[in-house]
Design a protein. Structure first.
Length: 297
C-alpha cells in the first residue's frame, strides 16, 4: 500500500519549499519541519525499493520484461568505462532496482551468460542471486555458487542492477526484466547480445552484422554442429584471428564471449589451430573468463 501513496508525498515537498522561500529569514521550526519531511521522503523511497524487491520474489521469480525502449545505433565507440545508461536501456523507475532474471537448464549451463555477468560486475553494483526451481531435482554445487559469494550485504536500493539466475527445466535460456507482462528473450545468443549491450559498446551496421554472424556460427555450428561443421568453423576462426586479436576488430565483443564458451563446450580447445589457441588464452587472461573456466574443472 505504501508505494502507491508515494506520489502524494512527493507533491507536498515543493509546496513547503515555496512557503519557506517567501520568507526573508526562514523560521527555524519550519526549516526543521522541512528537513524532517525530506528525511521521511528519503526513507519512503528506500522502503518502496525493499517492497518492490519483496513483491518480485513473492509474485514470481520469473519477472517479465519490456525491451521496446532499447535504442539501437550505427555509431561505433569503444567499450566505455561507465557502461550504458541503465535507465535508458531498462526503463526509468525512481527508487526501484532494475532486475534481470534468467532461467537456464543446469544440464546445459549458458557459460557466456556467466562471463557476461562478471563483465557487468566490473562496471555496475550488482545484486546477484542463484536459485533452483522446483522443476529441477539437483544442481551441481559449482553451478549453485557460479556467482561466488556476495561479500557485502548492502540495502537493495544501493545496487544498480539485480541479476538473478534460476536453474530451471527449460529447453533454452530465457531472460526477463521488470514485472510487466511481456514475452521473454529466448536463446543464449539473444540474451548474450542484450547483456553485452549494457556495457555501452556500439557498432556500425557492418560490424554488428559480423558480430551477429559469429555468435550464430559459434552456437549452431561450433557447439551443436557435426564434426565437419566444427572443423570448418575452427578454420574460419583461425583465418580471422590471423588478421586481428579478436574475432571482430581490435576490441573484445560478444562474438568472442560466445565463441570462447562454445569452444569450451566442444572440449577441443587444446587441439584447435594455433591462432584459435592464442585467442583462447587471451580470453582466459581476463578474470571473467578464467573464473568461468574454473567451473568446468
Amino acid at each position: 500500500v505504501l508505494p502507491e501513496h508515494l506520489p502524494t508525498c512527493m507533491y507536498r515537498l515543493p509546496n513547503l519549499h515555496r512557503a519557506s522561500a517567501t520568507q526573508e529569514e526562514a523560521d527555524p521550526s519550519l526549516q526543521a519541519l522541512e528537513s524532517r519531511q525530506e528525511e521521511i521522503l528519503k526513507r519512503l523511497y528506500e522502503l518502496k525499493s525493499v517492497v518492490d524487491g519483496l513483491s518480485k520474489m513473492i509474485q514470481t521469480p520469473d519477472a517479465d520484461f519490456d525491451v521496446t525502449n532499447v535504442i539501437q545505433t550505427d555509431e561505433f565507440s569503444p567499450l566505455t568505462t561507465n557502461g550504458a545508461d541503465l535507465d535508458l536501456m531498462l526503463g526509468k523507475d525512481y527508487g526501484a532496482l532494475k532486475d534481470v532474471v534468467i532461467n537456464a537448464n543446469p544440464s546445459q549451463p549458458p557459460l557466456s551468460l556467466l562471463v557476461l555477468h562478471s563483465l557487468l560486475c566490473e562496471r555496475y553494483k550488482i545484486l546477484s542471486a542463484v536459485h533452483t526451481h522446483s522443476s529441477v531435482k539437483s544442481v551441481p554445487e559449482n553451478l549453485l555458487k557460479c556467482f561466488g559469494e556476495q561479500t557485502k550485504k548492502q540495502p537493495r536500493h544501493e545496487y544498480q542492477l539485480g541479476f538473478t539466475l534460476i536453474w530451471k527445466d527449460v529447453p533454452k535460456p530465457q531472460m526477463k526484466f521488470s514485472i510487466q507482462t511481456m514475452c521473454p528473450i529466448e536463446g543464449e545468443g539473444n540474451i548474450a547480445r542484450f547483456l553485452f549491450s549494457l556495457l555501452g559498446q556500439k557498432y556500425n551496421a557492418v560490424t554488428s552484422t559480423l558480430i551477429d554472424s559469429w555468435v550464430d556460427t559459434a552456437l549452431f555450428q561450433l557447439r551443436e554442429g557435426s564434426s565437419k561443421e566444427k572443423g570448418a568453423v575452427l578454420r574460419s576462426m583461425n583465418a580471422a584471428l590471423g588478421k586481428s586479436s579478436w574475432l571482430v576488430g581490435s576490441e573484445l565483443t560478444v562474438a568472442d564471449v560466445v565463441g570462447w564458451c562454445a569452444l569450451q563446450h566442444t572440449g577441443t580447445a587444446n587441439t584447435a589451430p594455433a591462432n584459435v589457441q592464442r585467442w583462447a588464452k587471451s580470453c582466459e587472461n581476463l578474470a571473467p573468463f578464467s573464473s568461468v573456466k574454473k567451473l568446468l574443472k
